[in-house]
Design a protein around this ligand. Structure first.
Ligand SMILES: Cc1cc2nc3c(=O)[nH]c(=O)nc-3n(C[C@H](O)[C@H](O)[C@H](O)COP(=O)(O)OP(=O)(O)OC[C@H]3O[C@@H](n4cnc5c(N)ncnc54)[C@H](O)[C@@H]3O)c2cc1C
Ligand code: FES
Length: 358
């Protein structure tokens, strides 16, 4: 390649140390964490609204990995910020809401995720529940500041006090008038949100879906399932529905054996991780992540559902199919990146490198 040919930007999926600038108490059980990105990493940490970071933390001597979405907007906020809501008995969310302080160093990946605004210019209809407001708040701030798209948000919470960004959202709705329609739903006042409430929010009074709208959903699993089913019931096209899942949708089923593999016998899988290289025959019905574990390696993972990208690795030889991918961009997949928790080999040999650097 001639020297003058522009090179594609270098992909970096490792962890980086960043300092906590501020911890802001949002509600009794949620905090926002503002991060100070070092000068030399500012370009790499550029992000799109709706994306997330994966944190690698050591809590009580155990390494843990969890993803948290940005609540900041690259269009209007100076510092990158995530927002964490405590989950009962949750290891990381309890630590982050109770023990993390300004000045602490944490390790995070670069921003990732596909729950983003895209290039559409139609209305945005969003449904958020509890901590699901985090990426949705980022999307809304960016859409209001950088587009003329009208936005509707149905935001469900236990009660007023549990409502993260309540004042900020009310202020935005006030500022943008008719362009931002905000409906708070408090279970304490009106019971859980039901299909009728959600149906009304999907469109106009007739419940007809808004033409050209994009629908964004993030919140507790039952809330998301209800919204998704209601949207389908209102004939909203599947490609207009954008979903961010914080918890796996269901226990991960062992993937089916790829037809090619069944015919040709098991693939030989070579995995590089932390300076070790191991090769083994692929066992039918297992993922590449499981193959790595069976080799005695300790690969990174978090959700095991294709949602967080913690398990991503670069495939430098061979081919693989992924059963779900809610985290990698199309160009990353084209470049050979795979979610190892979702990938099974489809070629006789496959070579995968965790922590690959170009
Ligand atoms: C892409 C992505 C983005 C995310 N963004 C955010 C965010 O912006 N803010 C945020 O607060 N969380 C977010 N999460 C969820 C977060 O990564 C953790 O799963 C969550 O904080 C719980 O971790 P924990 O260690 O406290 O709980 P764990 O110790 O892992 O789990 C404790 C128990 O709680 C259950 N549980 C786990 N997560 C949840 C949940 N979200 N709600 C209810 N029960 C749960 C588990 O099944 C388990 O029984 C995101 C997850 C993903 C995959
Ligand atoms: S572990 Fe979350 S995408 Fe694989």
């Amino acid at each position: 390649m001639p020297e003058s040919t522009p090179q594609p930007p270098r992909r970096d999926h490792g962890f980086h140390e960043v300092r906590v600038h501020r911890v802001i108490e949002e509600t009794g059980d949620a905090v926002s964490v503002e991060l100070e990105v070092p000068e030399d990493l500012r370009d790499a940490f550029q992000y799109q609204s709706g994306q997330f970071l994966t944190f690698r933390l050591k809590i009580d001597g155990q390494q843990v990995l969890r993803s948290y979405s940005m609540s900041s907007s690259p269009a209007v906020d100076t510092n990158l910020q995530v927002t964490v809501k405590r989950v009962d008995g949750g290891v990381v969310s309890t630590w982050m809401t109770g023990s993390l302080s300004a000045g602490d160093l944490v390790e995070v990946t670069l921003p990732a995720g596909v729950f983003t605004l895209g290039s559409s210019d139609g209305p945005i209809v969003a449904f958020a529940g509890g901590s699901g407001i985090t990426p949705v708040y980022s999307l809304i701030k960016t859409a209001m500041a950088t587009t003329s798209r009208p936005v509707k948000l149905l935001y469900a919470n236990r009660d007023r006090d549990a409502t993260i960004f309540r004042d900020e959202l009310d202020a935005l709705a006030e500022k943008y008038g008719d362009r931002l329609e905000l409906l708070h739903h408090w279970d304490a006042d009106s019971g859980f949100a039901n299909a009728e409430i959600i149906g009304t929010h999907t469109g106009h009074a007739t419940s007809a879906p808004l033409a050209d709208a994009d629908y964004y959903i993030c919140g507790p699993a039952p809330f998301m399932d209800l919204v998704e089913a209601t949207l389908h019931g209102h004939d909203v096209a599947a490609d207009r529905i954008h979903i961010e899942r914080f918890t796996p949708v269901a226990p991960v089923e062992p993937p089916e054996i790829a037809a090619e593999e069944a015919a040709a016998g098991p693939s030989q899988v070579t995995i590089e991780l932390d300076g070790k290289t191991e090769t083994a025959a692929h066992r039918a019905g297992t993922t590449i992540l499981q193959t790595a574990r069976s080799m005695g390696l300790i690969p990174p993972y978090s959700c095991e559902a294709g949602d967080c990208a913690t398990c991503m690795a670069k495939m430098v030889e061979g081919t693989a199919d992924m059963f779900a991918n809610n985290a990698l961009m199309d160009d990353e997949v084209e470049d050979g990146w795979i979610l190892t928790c979702q990938a099974v080999p489809t070629s006789p040999t496959i070579h995968v490198i965790y922590g690959y650097e170009e």
